[in-house]
Design a protein around this ligand. Structure first.
Ligand code: FES
Length: 121
């Protein structure tokens, strides 16, 4: 049986408008990517669904994040693939922000010590 743990991943003030911030954790198979658009923070997996390639160096134009390798685009609000050559969505994750502007994500911890996951990341 797994349990849910809330993990602090950043502070809102660390992410300027229109930028992204990667988050890595030793127990996650793949990093997460925080994206700030119009004052809101969105959390996606930092991995293009076209090939295994990080999105962190891609251009963020409005809600669209462009993969730096072949140019696929994704809507950071939904993870939807919005531009060729990707056609599969990427994962998105709900966030919690406290009164100190700290940003948290919920992770699942399974009974195997030291192994955590968010969804199937
Ligand atoms: S790896 Fe991202 S578009 Fe090809």
């Amino acid at each position: 049986m797994s349990t849910t743990t809330r993990l602090k991943i950043a502070n809102y003030l660390d992410i300027p408008e229109g930028t992204t911030l990667p988050f890595e954790h030793p127990s996650l198979k793949r990093p997460l990517l925080l994206c700030r658009v119009d004052g809101e923070i969105y959390c996606i997996e930092d991995n293009c669904s076209h090939r295994v390639f990080p999105l962190r160096d891609g251009d963020l134009e409005g809600f669209q994040l462009r993969c730096p390798l072949h140019g696929a685009t994704f809507d950071v609000r939904t993870g939807e693939a919005t531009g060729f050559p990707a056609y599969r969505a990427i994962k998105t994750f709900p966030l919690h922000i406290d009164e100190d502007h700290d940003i948290f994500v919920d992770i699942e911890t399974d009974p195997e010590p030291g192994r955590i996951s968010i969804g199937n990341l």
